[in-house]
Design a protein around this ligand. Structure first.
Ligand code: ZN
Length: 155
């Protein structure tokens, strides 16, 4: 099995059995995300307690890349303090949108989504939930980042 197949398997596993795909009771944050290029729709729910993500979940509909990325996001930020969450968001967006450099130590399993960078039209599928999380917790400041650069609209 090649590394690429392995990555595909991880993505498909999260797509078929998304983790934390549910609304969160007593959510302190609920934010919508939409990727019109693909049609991915996201409702992201977070319950923040004492600066820690006590619970996180999502509902909505989207493609395999979006669903897998969001499922992995929820697993990774569950129980984490805000500072760690921000570090992870920045590392993930750097891998797909900015420098293209992947900090494997920080990203762990999320590295499987690195290949999406080559599929320009799908980058937003992978980053939608991360931007939405950033907006929900940190007010974003990322709404129109450069992830549409080089995008083949309609591709
Ligand atoms: Zn998509």
């Amino acid at each position: 099995m090649s590394l690429r197949d392995l990555y595909t398997d991880v993505i498909l596993d999260h797509y078929k059995r998304p983790r934390n795909k549910r609304a969160v009771e007593n959510a302190t944050h609920a934010v919508k995300g939409h990727n019109p290029l693909c049609g991915d729709k996201l409702d992201l729910y977070i319950r923040l307690e004492g600066g820690i993500i006590a619970d996180v979940g999502f509902t909505g509909q989207g493609c395999a890349i979006h669903t897998a990325s969001t499922s992995m996001l929820t697993e990774r930020v569950m129980g984490k303090p805000l500072a760690k969450v921000k570090e992870l968001i920045d590392a993930f967006l750097a891998m797909l949108v900015e420098s293209g450099e992947a900090d494997e130590e920080k990203l762990g399993e999320l590295i499987v989504l690195q290949g999406v960078r080559e599929l320009h039209a799908r980058i937003k599928c992978a980053t939608l939930s991360w931007h939405t999380l950033d907006v929900a917790l940190f007010g974003g400041g990322v709404e129109e980042r450069t992830d549409t650069e080089g995008l083949e609209v309609g591709a």
